[in-house]
Design a protein around this ligand. Structure first.
Ligand SMILES: Nc1ncnc2c1ncn2[C@@H]1O[C@H](COP(=O)(O)OP(=O)(O)O)[C@@H](O)[C@H]1O
Ligand SMILES: [Mg+2]
Length: 343
């Protein structure tokens, strides 16, 4: 049942919270619509007792330029993610779930306290803090390592990969394969490879945009495509952000390459002894190439890259796909070399 509740409408939301007993009639709560996401309505509820919440309600149609639909049930996948990450991820790196409403397809979680800033904004200003990069690697390494070790509990919960297929594999790799003929074979093989590696808990949206920095600590948000699958997807997805910013901000290029390689090295050392980490280097290189191209030619291009930068990135990546570098640091330096040659 969906009674048409719109959480961005403050009066409706307060009435709903009172009716459902989550807040008291006498309590004065205020609501603020939060921006930054594209696939949910996200609202901050500030309560008199300071115990603030963020509510997310899934949108059936994403707020992007092209028509892009996705079932609203995915918000309940995020609730599962919140429940399990709280047990698996390092303490304080996720926000506890407060409640989940299956009728209205919404969830409530603890709000990250102010002051906080979205990590993407800091990075785009060229502020690359090595300690933040290390935390970003430790957080992912912990999720992947513990996720694989707890496979028996997690695979039954997160085994469905439907949202990952429709929100990641198709729009990133599948669509890009149809747009860039020279990369088609590489990307179709990458889809097969991703589907074949069912190894651990994968976040699926592991990006600086989904990180808030509070008190110099990183907090991870946005778990709606979390699933049991191929960990190198998270690696390719995240390193694409460091390398694309290295491209976009020439005066900070060296820092972003250093950050990328430090991230990789820290992550690699955390999972080195895990049985699934055998051929990690080659797989991480291929995923990074795939996502780097998808973020300039797929359905969800990086908005801070202009047309010239997108074309340059596509040229460099297509060239590298023909003979992929043997390691992540080699990929980073080869990419920068190609980019610099085209500037
Ligand atoms: N628990 C939270 N505390 C504070 N702000 C939050 C919280 N959850 C989300 N936000 C804010 O809302 C924005 C969108 O949330 P996100 O979970 O990324 O939604 P979407 O799935 O639409 O991308 C975030 O970038 C952040 O600014
Ligand atoms: Mg988000």
């Amino acid at each position: 049942m969906d009674t048409g509740l719109d959480i961005e409408n403050s009066a409706q939301l307060i009435a709903y919270l009172v009716e459902t007993g989550w807040i008291d009639t006498a309590e004065s709560a205020s609501t603020t619509v939060l921006h930054g996401g594209v696939s949910n309505k996200t609202v901050l509820v500030e309560r008199a007792n300071g115990d603030d919440w963020v509510l997310k309600q899934a949108l059936p149609k994403l707020r992007v330029q092209v028509d892009w639909f996705s079932p609203v049930e995915r918000v309940h996948r995020e609730a599962l993610g919140l429940r399990w990450l709280e047990r698996i991820a390092p303490p304080g790196t996720t926000t506890p779930l407060v409640f989940e409403d299956f009728d209205h397809h919404l969830i409530a979680m603890a709000a990250v306290p102010q002051p906080h800033e979205n990590w993407k904004q800091q990075l785009l200003r060229g502020e690359v803090e090595p300690d933040h990069v290390e935390q970003f690697a430790t957080l992912l390494g912990t999720i992947h390592r513990e996720g694989a070790r707890r496979r028996g509990e997690l695979e039954p919960v997160f085994g469905d990969r439907g949202f990952f297929e429709s929100l990641r594999l198709e729009p990133y790799f599948g669509f890009t394969a149809s747009e860039v003929p020279e990369a088609r074979r590489f990307l179709l093989d990458l889809i097969d490879e991703t589907r074949a590696h069912i190894e651990t808990l994968v976040h699926g949206d592991y990006s600086p945009k989904n990180i808030l920095v509070h008190d110099d600590r990183l907090i991870l948000l946005d778990h709606e495509v979390i699933h049991f699958g191929d960990p190198t997807f998270d690696l390719g997805f995240s390193m694409t952000h460091f390398l694309s910013k290295a491209h976009h901000l020439p005066e900070r290029r060296e820092q972003f390459v250093i950050a990328n390689n430090a991230y990789w090295t820290r992550y690699r050392s955390m999972v080195a002894d895990e049985p699934w980490a055998d051929d990690l280097d080659a797989r991480a290189v291929r995923k990074t190439l795939g996502v780097m191209l998808a973020r300039v030619r797929g359905r969800s291009p990086l908005e801070y890259l202009d047309e010239t930068e997108r074309s340059r990135q596509a040229d460099a990546i297509v060239t590298l796909m023909a003979d992929p570098p043997g390691s992540i640091p080699e990929l980073a330096s080869a990419f920068i070399q190609h980019i610099s040659g085209l500037e």
